[in-house]
Design a protein. Sequence first.
Lengths: 451, 300
Amino acid sequence: MKNNSAMKHIVTSTAVVATLSMLLAGCSNPTASSTDVDTSSADYWPKATQSLEGTTLKMWVPQAASKIPVNMVKEFEKATGAKVDVEVIPDPYEQNVQTKVTTGDAPNLALWQPTRSMLAGFIAQDKLQKLDNAPFVDNYTEGMAEAGGLVENTRYAALFGAPSVMGVFYNKQVFEKAGITNTPKNWDELVETAKKIKAANIDGVESPFFEMGGSQWGTQYSVQVQLAEAAKDGLWDRVNTGKEKFTDKTIMTAINNYKALFDEGLENKDAGSAKNDEQAAALWNGKTGMMIGIGVMFNMVAALANNDKAALDEKIGFFPISSKGNIGTIIPDANNGVVAFKSGDNAKDAAARQLINYWLSDGYEGFVKDQSAVSVLKTVDSSPDVPEALTDSAAAIKDGVGSMQSLAIGNPDLYINLADMINGTKTPEQVGQATQDQFAQLAKAQGASGF
Amino acid sequence: MGKPTSSRHNILIKQNYPLRFLIPAIAFLLVFFFIPTVLNFIYAFTNWSAFSKTISFNGLDNFITLFTSGTLLRDLRITLLYAIFVGIFQNVFGLALAVFLEKDTFINRLSRVLFFVPVIMSALAVGYIWQAILKSDGALNQILSAFSGHAVEIAWLGNINWTLLIVASIHGWKWMGLAMLIYLAGLKTIDPDVIEAATIDGASGSQLFWKIKFPLLAPAFTFNVATSLLGSMNGFDIVQATTQGGPGGSTEILNIFIWRTFGQGLYSQSTTMSLVLFVMVMVIAVPVIYLLRRREAKIL
């Protein structure tokens, strides 16, 4: 009995102490850091190959991109004597990294989607090093400096690869068999093209479009491409300030147009449950004519073709699409951008910046060759092994416009809501409402006015 | 050496097991359970997020936002359904196995080990294996196609009406070995005399089971029902590995939503949701366990 009450006493008093200390500490976010720097000072950007003997850096990479920096990092280690540990963080990368950083575990560098919405949290907590006045920025090809990494005119991420452009990847043989000679010039023509493919009743072609509602994430692109003109016209600025909503006409029209593709039987029958690997296979095998999406989805097709450029060029093409034209919607991802975290150790922070500088100067030619990639620098040519579809996609960056992720302050789960719509559990109106509700929560958490 | 009196006994206990022995356990409990729970209550009333450097109280704001958007209520309902299905599957599977494998033959012992394997497997691995079996071009459909002679393309994990049931049965399948073990232990404690007496009185097989064995399994039943219900309300891994909450959000149990919201950087909202989940688990656990214990007391 006595033991029991003694224990109760201990528990109660600890509870009181814990609660009080919480309340007292309740005014600062334990995950935030601070301090500011002068990015224009002469030594802010160390020379690419300056010695870093004895310095160890940690870099996080997603599973899907785990090989991307490996050889570049080896060359950097050789050139500087630094040691760089490349750690693969399991999927879902964004959630896991955010959780780790929130709980106080951060690397020196990480591959990261260089978009406003994905950088917002780290910036708000002052976790990231500023990358302004970087020596490589002047070397970026046209449009590349603005395509990612900038938030309120400050650079927080460096693009090392050409960002994806949302558009249509199509099977050239299916187009040919359906008698389509010109690629569509706007959304309405795209729908017409799809109807033509359906009407042609080609052997083996099961649907003009193929959607991956089971994997969910691919659903957003069909809607986002339709917003390109509006985005050029300031749509996301209005959404960011609460002046326009996902439930308003512009975005709802795009959602309804997407829904119409299903209603008219232009998408695959199992669109609600199909996964992205099935989508890639369908496009490669000519089971479908088109998929609306991004470079990562093409990479899966390329993997099926054993990355054989000739075979890919013969079969798969790309064109950007928007409501009224062929404007590409740019969406950089974690395969294109790198961020540097503040570590509290000035020497390490400088070393992290040095690695980025090396990557985009002395190390870039080797990197582009090693990765068979599109170059983002005027000073280095793209690899001749880049398939046409990706060259065409990169060419659309110049006149493209930012995506929701790039320009909106929050990245609501639009894709999940759209996947719900495909499966019939949400109406288009409910998709708009649910997305707006979540966006408002994110905007409010950031203290945006209008929410 | 007479028998120690009750007070002497207490003194001895105190000498041999002083209170300080509890300190390590209490410390662990405090740091890993108690403080997080208290923090969970506090953070639910703040605006903690990835987007601000400060944390301040915002009253019932999080609760109001969450309850006005339909997702929380939908997910609570799905979580509850999921828990009920898992409770049924896990107990039916486990009890059936225990009854079939009751005799200590070699085959039975081996089978018990085999049926226990899923319990010690990683839940994510279980989920991914079943996901591969059940996807539309997966093993199950291929087997069905081979037998039926035409292509079977049932989207087992793509139906908004009954995929929840399938995922719950996977959860039940994974844990049925544990339920089996507990029911087996229960069966072993039944006095053979009682069974013999019933047999002499002419009880049939089914009477023997339903009138004698099953009631005497009451403590095992209580434990199994309570742990399966409460365990599945806190489920996450199997659903994440099989459907990620889809199709159409029809298998989105609350923990998936909490995790998704946390990933968005809305920490206080996800904390609020875990508080709501905690309350729901308590509201269900207390009466369920109370009723089952009362049933035990009546029978035994």
